[in-house]
Design a protein around this ligand. Structure first.
Ligand code: SAH
Ligand code: SF4
Length: 367
């Protein structure tokens, strides 16, 4: 069979894989075995799946494949953060970022090539929208990261947390994000806890409701402004889904969420959303929904027109929230020397050319 028409099993969740085996006339438990091979052993060759019969292995090789998008760039930062450039087709590449910490290791994944929502401070938004990633391309980022790290460190399962904070708006691609999430949570695949998988959204309310019903995981909402007037400007999707409706959606989400709070992300833009009055408004919002604030120092990129708030302003903003009884953390900026920090991900050709001088030699890692 032509490679192009083979079914890629990488993005199929347990149910879809079960249906695939049923259609082949095989027992459903085969799906479980194959899930483990693919996602726990990082195996992409059916011939090595030793607990399947030779006949089944041959049949699978004939009709199916296990293909992750190629990693075409691998850039380490000073602080241990590492950015992978993931080529999803001839015209598009996305980025995933590995962030090791003492007690956990997080992979930040992309869900779309580009983004249609055009937040004023975001490099991905400035690039425009190219296309949705498939479930295989989303979970493939985790698969490849595990495979690369597993080979290098000779240990398995390094990644303990996944955040959908790379390129794209996950709530506008739930048809593919949900199967990828199910695989991340499945004990026969990655077995991550719902509390350790976070979807971040700019506030697409129908998506928040659908995720609540179909696959609730930890939720982060990119708030960035405490009132509609300012939020309309910074996060244009607010014109369609204003703050009061967003807060109501967050409260509905909490009924099913694995954590008892929503994380509000708040990018600190000098002179734009970082005054004491904004902090007091942000504290007032926190009385309407159980939440924690995560302040993100703005990560600049060429032509953004914004500046990062000073450390002193960020400290003062956090203090006002804390005094009002709101939990607040300030995100440590990681990987900014390799443009891997929040909002700096672009992954387009122009972007690669601009930074090529700082990039380590590109290794073709065929995952
Ligand atoms: N589309 C989703 C997820 C991807 S963006 C969302 O908007 O939530 C992940 C986070 O990075 C969001 O909170 C986003 O607002 C933030 N971000 C975007 N550009 C940034 C920048 N230049 N500096 C710091 N954070 C930024
Ligand atoms: Fe899209 Fe999120 Fe960037 Fe806004 S911040 S443009 S929603 S990726």
């Amino acid at each position: 069979m032509n490679e192009a028409v083979k079914r890629n099993l990488l993005g199929l969740d347990a149910q879809a894989l079960g249906r695939f085996f049923e259609a082949l006339g095989e027992k459903p438990f085969r799906a479980r075995q194959v899930l483990r091979w693919i996602h726990q052993q990082s195996e992409s060759d059916f011939a090595r799946m030793s607990d399947l019969s030779k006949a089944l292995r041959d049949k699978l090789a004939e009709t199916a494949c296990i293909v992750a998008p190629a990693i075409v760039g691998d850039t380490p930062a000073e602080d241990g953060t590492r950015k992978w450039l993931v080529k999803v087709d001839g015209a598009n590449a996305v980025e995933s970022v590995f962030i090791p910490e003492t007690a956990r290791a997080t992979l930040c994944v992309s869900s779309q090539a580009g983004c249609v929502l055009d937040c004023s401070f975001c490099a991905t938004g400035k690039q425009g929208f190219n296309r949705n990633l498939t479930a295989a391309e989303i979970v493939g980022q985790l698969w490849s990261a595990n495979k690369i790290l597993g080979v290098e460190r000779k240990t398995e399962r390094i990644i303990s947390n996944v955040v959908f904070m790379g390129m794209g708006e996950p709530m506008l691609n739930l048809d593919h994000v949900i199967p990828a999430l199910r695989l991340m949570l499945d004990d026969n695949a990655y077995g991550l806890s719902r509390r350790r998988v976070t979807v971040s959204t700019s506030g697409v309310i129908p998506g928040i409701d659908r995720l609540r019903d179909e696959c609730p995981v930890a939720l982060a909402v990119s708030l960035h402004a405490p009132n509609d007037r300012l939020r309309d400007e910074l996060v244009p999707v607010n014109r369609k889904y204003p703050l009061s409706a967003l807060i109501a959606a967050c409260n509905r989400y909490l009924e099913k969420a694995p954590r008892d709070f929503i994380t509000f992300e708040y990018v600190m833009l000098e002179g734009v959303n970082d005054t004491e009055a904004h902090a007091r408004e942000a504290a007032a919002l926190a009385r309407r929904v159980r939440c924690k604030y995560n302040l993100i120092p703005f990560n600049p990129f060429a032509g953004s027109g914004y500046k990062r708030s000073s450390a002193e302003r960020i400290r003062r903003f956090a203090e006002i929230l804390q005094r009002a009884g709101v939990t607040v953390t300030t995100r440590k900026t990681r990987g900014d020397d390799i443009a891997a920090a929040c909002g700096q991900l672009a992954g387009d050709v122009a972007d690669r050319t601009r930074r090529s001088a700082r990039r380590v030699p590109i290794k073709e890692v065929h995952a």
